[in-house]
Ligand binder design. Structure first.
Ligand SMILES: Cc1cc2nc3c(=O)[nH]c(=O)nc-3n(C[C@H](O)[C@H](O)[C@H](O)COP(=O)(O)O)c2cc1C
Length: 439
């Protein structure tokens, strides 16, 4: 029997830091590279392609977190995912420098009309030859709503809006018939208007009356990606997503999530089994030997700024933790922000409930993902276990320092996974969707 192969994604942001908050201080971070320049992204893309990744995955939020101490001071001071530049701008640079690698772009539905979102994503899908995924998010952080001068909707309303948003996007993307373009130069007819439907939408949140301005892109629409994990988030993902990004601290919780998501997508939404790829976050810290990897891990951990960690946790969970005792238990706090992150953190204490102080440190280092520290064989063993016993189809690899951590993964872990038959040796298809479906 052929073994299931891993889908790999490099998890980054278009900024000085990604999620490991001490990253920019690391002596090996961005040596000779400027994150705001195309050369850096071209190199990152080529490195991930050398590692046989499916895609680079660019996380985003729309403004610096301002929840901690009711201010964005700590966010700016400690480089807590700040500065962060717009994510979709790098997609053509990455796909222009690679042949197979996809790019997942996080774009929020909160403040942009679906019409321009569809147009932007179709344009990117064309320019990349069909290698774009859209991570659909709804702006969980108060800072984003403040930046746009709006008051934050509660989770349920955010999902109502996202539902309608995606429905309208699908109407626009599906409005051109495959044979709408005639391009008959002799008769001067470019397209058949009967085959390009005008979309008329009158909904609770959006109105639209227009034809989609872009012709059908290579994938028809970008790969739809989601990371919600509340009840509403899981249903939305089970209904719409082609791939899901989730964080679970151990194999038992991965398995429970896989079973739940599969049940929802098959039983509730009648989708064929396997149509949603389950991609779990992990933070690999790899070196030639286990001892070296452990030293490396200890050093990276020592770079974390304490106050920056609290600012990050406050931002992502949308609560001001400066008002709480750091020894209080996270499980007792209701959060309006990312539910999946809170759940993963609550369960990541080793046999005890995690305190706010511990949660902040875990979070600012590894985003509540399991850290896999060891030799290439250790890392491959752990990934295999997550696939076999946890139901993982692949992994979102959290950066520690860039581009070095991905270079190391490509050199050390990629060949080990390939030797075990757990990673492709060639890309199967031309588009991201085809590669993501490759078994
Ligand atoms: C692993 C993970 C990564 C996420 N990355 C982002 C991101 O980069 N930008 C963003 O706005 N939301 C991000 N989110 C938030 C979700 O997509 C979602 O909007 C949010 O979690 C609220 O939904 P929920 O309460 O169902 O989890 C992420 C969530 C998870 C679990």
């Amino acid at each position: 029997m052929t073994k299931k192969k891993a889908h790999l994604l490099g998890f980054v942001q278009h900024g000085v830091n990604s999620h490991a908050t001490g990253m920019w201080r690391h002596p090996k971070d961005k040596v000779g590279w400027d994150f705001a320049r195309p050369e850096y992204w071209q190199h990152m893309g080529r490195t991930m392609e050398r590692g046989m990744f499916d895609a680079m995955f660019i996380a985003d939020e729309l403004a610096p977190y301002n929840t901690f101490e009711n201010s964005s001071d700590a966010t700016v001071k400690w480089a807590v995912q700040c500065p962060t530049h717009e994510p979709s701008t790098i997609a053509p640079i990455v796909t222009g420098a690679t042949r197979h690698l996809g790019v997942g772009v996080t774009l929020s539905t909160a403040f942009e009309h679906p019409y321009s979102m569809c147009r932007r994503l179709s344009s990117l899908d064309h320019l990349s030859g069909g290698r774009i995924a859209w991570n659909i998010v709804g702006s969980y952080s108060r800072s984003e709503w403040d930046a746009y001068g709006a008051s934050m909707d509660d989770r349920s309303r955010r999902y109502d809006r996202i539902e309608e948003y995606v429905d309208l996007c699908k109407k626009l993307w599906n409005s051109w018939e495959p044979d709408a373009i005639i391009a008959d130069k002799a008769r001067g007819i470019y397209a058949d208007p009967a085959k390009v439907r005008e979309v008329v939408h009158e909904g609770e949140f959006f109105r639209c009356r227009a034809r989609h301005f872009c012709s059908p892109s290579p994938q028809g629409h970008p790969v739809l990606w989601q990371a919600g994990s509340s009840e509403r988030g899981r249903d939305f993902a089970a209904k719409h997503a082609e791939a899901i990004f989730a964080i679970h601290p151990d194999v038992a919780q991965m398995k429970a999530y896989s079973d739940d998501l599969t049940r929802r997508s098959v039983e509730t939404f009648a989708r064929p089994e396997g149509s949603v790829k389950l991609i779990y976050g992990v933070q690999p810290i790899v070196a030639e030997t286990r001892a070296e990897a452990e030293d490396k891990h200890a050093f990276i951990t020592s770079l974390l700024p304490k106050q920056g960690s609290m600012a990050m946790l406050s931002g992502q969970l949308s609560i001001d933790f400066s008002l709480f005792d750091p020894n209080s238990l996270l499980k007792d706090v209701e959060v309006p922000g990312i539910q999946g992150v809170k759940d993963a953190l609550v369960r990541s204490g080793v046999g005890v409930d995690v305190t706010l102080g511990e949660a902040a440190d875990i979070y600012a280092m590894r985003f509540a993902m399991p850290a896999i520290v060891g030799s290439p064989r250790d890392v491959a063993d752990q990934l295999e276990t997550f696939m076999e016993d946890g139901g993982a189809d692949g992994f979102m690899l959290l950066a520690t320092y860039t581009p070095g951590c991905f270079e190391e993964f490509a050199v050390l872990v990629t060949p080990e996974l390939q030797r075990r038959g757990r990673l492709r040796t060639a890309y199967a298809g031309a588009t991201l969707r085809e590669n993501l479906r490759q078994n």
